[in-house]
Design a protein around this ligand. Structure first.
Ligand SMILES: *[C@@H]1O[C@H](CO)[C@@H](O)[C@H](O)[C@H]1NC(C)=O
Ligand SMILES: *[C@@H]1O[C@H](CO)[C@@H](O)[C@H](O)[C@H]1NC(C)=O
Ligand SMILES: [Zn+2]
Length: 494
């Protein structure tokens, strides 16, 4: 008697689960509507929503309007949030594009996810070397070429279409879904930190998980991203004579600021990639055997990578060490020198003041405030030893912390199940060498758990010429998001 009862309960429970998720129906719907999805992406890509170019601000505002309209058409509870103004170099003040939010469902018995994305883009001009018009989405051999196709308009649309598919088929959403779509990501998400802070107990109060799909796979296999590096960005200025000098006339009279600057920059990192700033590497967490195993599973090919970036030698000759140095060890990059002679020709000017820009990628458990002191102390110490009459000023301009998640968290387990169901493979667990500062802000301010769930391909060319997303990734990615919502609904309360 008792056994029968239990069996019935189990069957009912299983039945509810199987019946309630109409996987095939939803997947078929996506297949049937893929031309429509591609056309919508074409419409979005045609809008030149370049956030770095203020002359394109009207286009960016139009883009935010299109997002708002799309979410309203889907009967979402839509809101546009003011994030204030931006002061331009000429002193004028212009409004920032408003952040668009939407809410689909508010059932207190369900989990609530918040999907973050952005619809502004990097600049793109045909003459930069694009094979096609960057604002006219063009399909070649299954790839959809256009600026923003992968970063991040395609993934944002895939999320919107995922929700739309449920609604079109009149299938109840398994979780409540919120959207938070911004238009200033490519220039540093101006105003967003303050908005997240202000909305902590409002928009975010009922959010359980935050999903970011603003990243890419590492190989042809789907991936879940569980970490990004932070970044400390510095300027180091050496100031010498009151005015520029001229070699041949004044050369030899002074220690040139450029000589000082190059001298101290050369003490940051060795030719073999070792950071030479005392203490900086000490805080870095130990590279564990468990991590090594995760890295070994990544289908990243050193030879392909070498040919993609066009070099014949890498700093590390095996996959695991190379990935480790891309993802979980800090590095120093020197970006440029302001005030240096950089035009063609052979001018023999000696600049009186030069400013170097360099950055140090941050990993657990580095602290930007500590790094700031280490770098400043180090540069002043080596400068001191030069006994130069010039003046050195060091500033940390950006101090973004790294973000790291537990790849075994229930949110990631749900991701693994969803990838398996849609792509029939286990996802690679990867990290991102770059910085996505908003992930850390979300984590610190809202204290919600975050997952990065990419659908873009490893060769999508974000920020470069000929950016694309493949039709396969765009459409199967939509299916992944649909399935992921269902898998998240099965997460037991943590
Ligand atoms: C986009 O490209 C296609 C194919 O080259 C062309 O037929 C179409 O006219 C272009 N559309 C726009 C708006 O430029
Ligand atoms: C890292 O490993 C070294 C030796 O292998 C050990 O002494 C040190 O305590 C470890 N550091 C951390 C943060 O676990
Ligand atoms: Zn992006």
């Amino acid at each position: 008697m008792r056994c029968v009862c239990v069996c019935v309960v189990v069957l009912v429970a299983l039945g509810v689960r199987v019946n309630s998720f109409k996987f095939k129906e939803l997947m078929d719907y996506v297949d049937k509507h893929q031309e429509e999805y591609v056309q919508t992406l074409r419409d979005w890509v045609s809008i030149e929503s370049d956030s770095s170019d203020v002359t394109k601000r009207a286009e960016l505002q139009r883009m935010m309007g299109v997002v708002e309209e799309k979410l309203r058409m889907m009967k979402g509870n839509v809101d546009v949030m003011d994030v204030g103004t931006q002061r331009l170099a000429d002193g004028s003040i212009i409004p920032l594009p408003k952040v668009v939010t939407a809410e689909f469902g508010d059932d207190v018995n369900k989990h609530t996810v918040c999907v973050y994305g952005h619809v502004d883009i990097q600049p793109a001009r045909r003459e930069d070397g694009w094979a096609t018009d960057p604002y006219n989405l063009t399909e070649i051999k299954g790839n959809l070429y256009g600026r923003g196709a992968s970063d991040n308009k395609g993934p944002v649309l895939a999320w919107i279409h995922a929700v739309e598919a449920y609604k079109a088929l009149d299938i109840e959403l398994p979780v409540n879904v919120k959207f938070l779509i911004e238009g200033m990501e490519e220039t540093g998400s101006n105003g967003l930190d303050a908005l997240v802070e202000a909305q902590k107990d409002k928009f975010f109060s009922d959010v359980d998980y935050i999903i970011i799909s603003d990243c890419i796979w590492k190989s042809t296999r789907p991936a879940l991203t569980y970490g990004t590096r932070g970044n400390c960005y510095f300027s180091a200025q050496v100031e010498g004579p009151k005015q520029d000098l001229h070699s041949g006339v004044d050369g030899g009279a002074v220690i040139e600021p450029m000589t000082d600057l190059i001298g101290i920059l050369d003490t940051l990192i060795s030719a073999s990639g070792q950071i030479l700033i005392p203490g900086v590497a000490d805080a870095v967490t130990n590279f564990t055997e468990e991590e090594r195993k995760l890295y070994e599973q990544v289908g990243f090919n050193l030879e392909t990578y070498k040919s993609t970036i066009g070099v014949d030698r890498l700093m590390y000759d095996n996959k695991v060490d190379l990935l480790a140095h891309l993802w979980r060890f800090p590095t120093v990059s020197i970006h440029g020198i302001e005030g240096a002679f950089s035009s063609p020709g052979t001018k023999t000017v000696i600049p009186a003041k030069v400013t170097a820009k360099f950055s140090i990628r941050q990993v657990p458990n580095m602290e930007p405030a500590v790094v700031e002191k280490q770098v400043t102390d180090h540069l002043h110490a080596v400068f001191e030893r030069r006994k130069s009459p010039n003046k050195l000023k060091v500033n940390m301009i950006i101090g973004a912390k790294p973000w790291i998640a537990d790849p075994k968290h229930a949110l990631y387990e749900a991701g693994k199940r969803a990838v398996k169901r849609v792509f029939h493979v286990e996802p690679e667990m990867i990290r991102e060498g770059g910085t996505i500062p908003i992930a850390r802000t979300f984590q610190d301010v809202t204290e919600k758990y975050i997952i990065m769930l990419p659908i873009g391909g490893f060769d999508d060319g974000l920020h470069s010429q000929n950016e694309k997303i493949s039709r396969y990734n765009y459409i199967e990615g939509t299916k992944l998001f649909i399935t992921y919502l269902q898998e998240v609904s099965l997460i037991k309360e943590n």
